[in-house]
Design a protein around this ligand. Structure first.
Ligand code: ADP
Ligand code: MG
Length: 700
C-alpha cells in the first residue's frame, strides 16, 4: 500500500486510517474508491471560529457566535405539559441573541452574567428576535477570540451512519484533498465554463470539503448542481436528436374525409381544448419524425377520445395502434368504450392483459403479429418481449405517471423495421410540474387539454371527521334512494391488523345498516378479470347502486351516473390519489359530492386534506403535492428509472435547470454525439451516468 501512488481509483481499503471495519461502513454508503469519497459531499457546514458578529447572524443557518452573557434566568415548568427552560441573552458589540435551553435547570450553576461563551446551533426567529435553541456551548477565555486555524473555520458535516460519524469521514477525506484534487479532470471546456461563471471543478470540490466562507460554498454548489442538470439534459437531448435523425415513423396524413369519419364516431362534439391538442397530434403524425408527445389534461378533461383520434389515424392508413393502460380495470374499460364507439366498423379491436389465459394470449398475439388486429388495448403485457406487431404506427400510453422513462422506450422499440418506430403519445391527468417536464419528461413535447367538456357541474368536496361517519351515510342513503350511484373507497381489501375498515368488512356494514334495499357490490384487485369486468359493467348500467372498492378505481374509470363518493381513512392516501379518486365523480349531469372521512394524525395528512378540500384544479393539486412531499420523493429513482441527483434541488434550481436545457441543446446541435475532442471528458461522464438509464447505448 505504501508505495502505490494515491489516485482517484485507489480503493478505500488502501487508504490510511481505513481498516476493514471502516471500509465496510464506507461501502454501505456506496463509497468504494477515493473518488467516491470526494463525491461524498457535506450536507452542511458548521462555523467554529466564533467570528460571525451577532448582528450579522442569519436565521435558518447553523453558526457559531461568541459573546458575553448579558442576563440569564431559569423559568420552571408551568402546568403539566410545559417544559422548564433556561434563558440567556448573549451580547457583542453588534447585537444580542436569545438562547433557550429546554429542561436544563443545571445551567443555573454553570452560566452567569458576564461570562464569555461560544455557542453553536441553528438560528431561528421567535417573535422577530433571533434565537438559538439548545445550542452547544463552551466557555471562552478573554483572549481567545479568533480561531487558531482560520482554514478550519468551517467544518464540513457529512452524511453519516451509526457506525461512521461525520468527524471520522472528515478525518479520512481531509488528507486526500491536496493529492487528489489536481487529478480531477474538468469535463466542461474552459471558455464555456467561464461564460457561465462556473468555478473549475477542482475548486468546487475543494470548496465543498474545505470552504473559506458561505459564498465559496454557494459557488461550488451551483457548479456541481449545474453539472448534474447538464448531464441529464445532454442525455435527453442526445437521445431525442438521435431518434429524430435516425428513426422514422409512418407518416399519417389527415384528410378532411378522414377527420370527418373519425369525428362521426364520437357521441359528442369535441371541445376547443380537445381540438387544439388534436391539431398538435395531426401535425406530429403527418411527419416522418417519430412523435413523442405528452398530453396532459385534468381528470375528466376527455383524453380518451383524443387518444382514440390518433389511433384511428393509424387505422385509416391500415396500420396498427396500441393503447397501454396502467391497470387491467382501466384497460378493460377502454376496450369496452372504444368497442362501443366503433360498433359497426370493420376494425378489429383486441384486449391483452396479464391475467388472460395463456391460450387466449397466444391467439391474441398471433392476430397482432399477423396484422389481423387493428387496435390493441392492454396493460404492460403489451411490453412483453415476445409480442410482435405487424405494423405498429401509434402507441398511446394512458396515465403516464405510473410509467418510467425506460418503459416508454421499451414499447417504442416494438416496431418491425428496426429503423421505424411508432409515434408515441403519453396521457396524464397528473400534470407534470414544470421542473419535471424539463427533466424526467424532458424528451417529450407537451400539449395540454386545458378545459373540461361543457355541462360539468362543480364537485362538492367535504372533509369530515370520523365522528360524522354515520351521518354521512344517512345522508347519502337518501341520495342513492333518489337514483344516484355511490363509490365507497377503502385502503385495504381484507381485515388487516391495523383495525381499519376494509372493503369486505365495510361492504357488509353498509349493506346491513344503510343500504339494505340497495344493490351493494365490491371490486378490488383480487377478483378474477371476468368477474371484475362484469361488476363494472353492471355498475355502469346502473344495476349496482353502491360500489365498494379499493384504489383499483383510482384512474380512468368513467361512469357518469355515479355522482357520489366516500373515501374512508382518507388520510391514508396521497394527494394526487385523492384528486384522481374524486375525479371519478363529477362526470355527469348530477351535482356530485365527494366526502373524505379522516382524523389525520400527521401534519402531512392534514395538509393533504386541506389541499383537497380547497382545490379542484389538478395543476394546483400537483403544485401542492410537490410542496408537501418534496421534489425528491416525486422523482424518486424507483419511479423514474434515473439516478437521483446528489446536489441539484429541482425546487430551488429551476433557473439552473433552464440554463442546462438550453445549453445542452446548443452542445448537441453543434456536436450531436459529443465527438469533438474538446467534449471527450463530457461525453465520458455522460455515458457513465446515463448510458443504461437512458438507453444511450444504441445512440453511439
Ligand atoms: P380523462 O381520461 O381525461 O379523465 P375521459 O376521456 O374519461 O377523461 O372523459 C371523461 C368523460 O367526458 C367521459 O364520459 C367522456 O365520454 C366525456 N367527454 C369527453 N369529451 C367530451 C366532449 N367533448 N363533450 C362531452 N363529453 C365528453
Ligand atoms: Mg382517462
Amino acid at each position: 500500500m505504501a508505495d502505490q501512488p494515491l489516485t482517484l481509483a485507489t480503493p478505500v481499503t488502501d487508504l490510511p486510517d481505513v481498516g476493514p471495519r471502516r471500509a465496510a461502513a464506507l461501502n454501505r454508503l456506496l463509497i468504494h474508491t477515493a473518488a467516491d469519497l470526494l463525491k461524498h459531499l457535506p450536507h452542511r457546514w458548521e462555523y467554529h471560529a466564533g467570528q460571525i458578529p451577532i448582528g450579522r447572524l442569519q436565521p435558518d443557518t447553523t453558526a457559531t457566535a461568541l459573546g458575553e452573557i448579558a442576563n440569564c434566568r431559569y423559568i420552571p415548568p408551568v402546568g403539566r405539559s410545559r417544559k422548564g427552560r433556561f434563558q440567556a441573552t448573549l451580547e457583542d458589540d453588534t447585537g444580542t441573541l436569545d438562547l433557550v435551553f429546554f429542561n436544563a435547570p443545571y445551567l443555573r450553576d454553570k452560566l452567569a452574567p458576564g461570562m464569555r461563551i461560544a455557542v453553536t446551533g441553528k438560528l431561528t426567529t421567535f417573535r422577530d428576535y433571533l434565537q438559538m435553541t439548545n445550542p452547544k456551548w463552551h466557555a471562552v477565555d478573554e483572549q481567545q477570540t479568533d480561531s487558531p486555524n482560520p482554514d478550519a473555520a468551517y467544518q464540513p458535516i457529512y452524511p453519516a451512519t451509526e457506525d461512521l460519524a461525520s468527524e471520522t469521514i472528515a478525518r479520512i477525506i481531509a488528507p486526500l484533498l491536496d493529492p487528489l484534487l489536481p487529478q480531477i479532470e474538468d469535463h466542461l471546456p474552459d471558455d464555456y465554463r467561464q461564460s457561465r461563471a462556473l468555478p473549475p471543478l477542482v475548486d468546487a470540490y475543494r470548496a465543498m470539503h474545505r470552504p473559506l466562507d458561505p459564498d465559496h460554498v454557494a459557488a461550488a454548489r451551483r457548479r456541481l448542481a449545474f453539472d448534474e442538470l447538464l448531464l441529464l439534459q445532454l442525455g435527453l437531448t442526445m437521445k431525442r436528436h438521435h431518434t429524430r435523425a435516425h428513426f422514422t415513423a409512418p407518416t399519417l396524413p389527415t384528410t378532411p374525409a378522414i377527420d370527418r369519419h373519425i369525428r362521426d364516431r364520437f357521441p359528442f362534439t369535441l371541445t376547443d381544448a380537445q381540438n387544439a391538442v388534436i391539431k398538435d397530434i395531426t401535425k406530429d403524425l403527418s411527419q416522418p419524425a417519430p412523435a413523442n408527445r405528452l398530453i396532459q389534461g385534468d381528470v375528466g378533461s376527455g383524453k380518451t377520445v383524443v387518444a382514440l383520434y390518433a389511433m384511428l389515424l393509424a387505422a385509416a392508413d391500415r396500420k396498427q395502434a396500441a393503447l397501454m393502460a396502467p391497470t387491467e380495470l382501466l384497460a378493460e374499460q377502454h376496450h369496452a368504450s372504444i368497442n362501443a364507439m366503433l360498433t359497426g366498423s370493420n376494425l378489429n379491436i383486441a384486449l391483452l392483459t396479464g391475467s388472460m389465459t395463456p391460450a387466449q394470449r397466444k391467439q391474441t398475439a398471433a392476430d397482432i403479429a399477423a396484422g389481423k388486429t387493428d387496435l390493441v388495448i392492454g396493460t404492460h403485457a403489451l411490453l412483453t418481449e415476445s409480442l410482435e406487431y405487424h405494423d405498429l404506427a401509434v402507441v398511446v400510453i394512458d396515465e403516464q405517471h405510473r410509467f418510467g422513462v425506460t418503459q416508454r422506450a421499451a414499447l417504442r422499440s416494438k416496431a418491425a423495421d428496426p429503423n421505424a418506430i411508432p409515434h408515441t403519445l403519453v396521457m396524464t391527468a397528473t400534470p407534470i410540474p414544470r421542473t419535471l417536464s424539463l427533466t424526467l419528461f424532458g424528451d417529450l413535447d407537451i400539449s395540454t387539454i386545458n378545459a373540461l367538456p361543457p355541462g360539468r357541474q362543480p364537485i362538492d368536496t367535504r372533509v369530515v371527521s370520523e365522528s360524522q361517519h354515520d351521518d354521512v351515510y344517512t345522508y347519502l342513503a337518501k341520495r342513492v334512494d333518489a337514483g344516484e350511484q355511490l363509490y365507497v373507497v377503502l385502503p385495504a381489501i381484507e381485515d388487516s391488523s391495523t383495525g381499519l375498515r376494509t372493503v369486505r368488512s365495510h361492504a357488509k356494514l353498509l349493506e346491513e345498516k344503510w343500504f339494505a334495499s340497495k344493490r351493494v357490490a365490491t371490486v378490488h384487485g383480487q377478483l378474477k378479470p371476468d368477474t371484475r369486468a362484469q361488476i363494472m359493467d353492471r355498475f355502469r348500467r346502473g344495476e349496482i347502486d353502491v360500489l365498494v372498492a379499493t384504489t383499483v378505481i383510482e384512474v380512468g374509470v368513467d361512469v357518469p351516473n355515479a355522482s357520489l363518493m366516500v373515501v374512508e381513512h382518507a388520510d391514508r392516501f396521497g394527494l394526487a390519489q385523492l384528486h384522481q379518486l374524486r375525479g371519478r365523480v363529477g362526470r355527469g349531469s348530477h351535482r356530485s359530492l365527494c366526502v373524505f372521512i379522516a382524523d389525520p394524525t400527521t401534519d402531512d395528512a392534514t395538509l393533504r386534506l386541506e389541499a383537497i378540500a380547497n382545490t379542484t384544479n389538478g395543476f394546483d393539486i400537483a403544485e401542492a403535492d410537490l410542496h408537501i412531499r418534496g421534489m425528491g420523493e416525486l422523482i424518486g429513482a424507483r419511479q423514474s428509472g434515473l439516478p437521483p441527483f446528489r446536489v441539484a434541488n429541482l425546487e430551488t434550481d429551476l433557473d439552473l435547470l433552464r440554463l442546462a436545457k438550453t445549453d445542452a441543446e446548443s452542445f448537441i446541435t453543434s456536436d450531436p454525439l459529443l465527438e469533438n475532442p474538446a467534449h471527450k471528458t463530457l461525453r465520458a461522464r455522460l455515458f457513465k451516468h446515463y448510458k443504461s438509464a437512458l438507453g444511450l447505448g444504441d445512440v453511439a
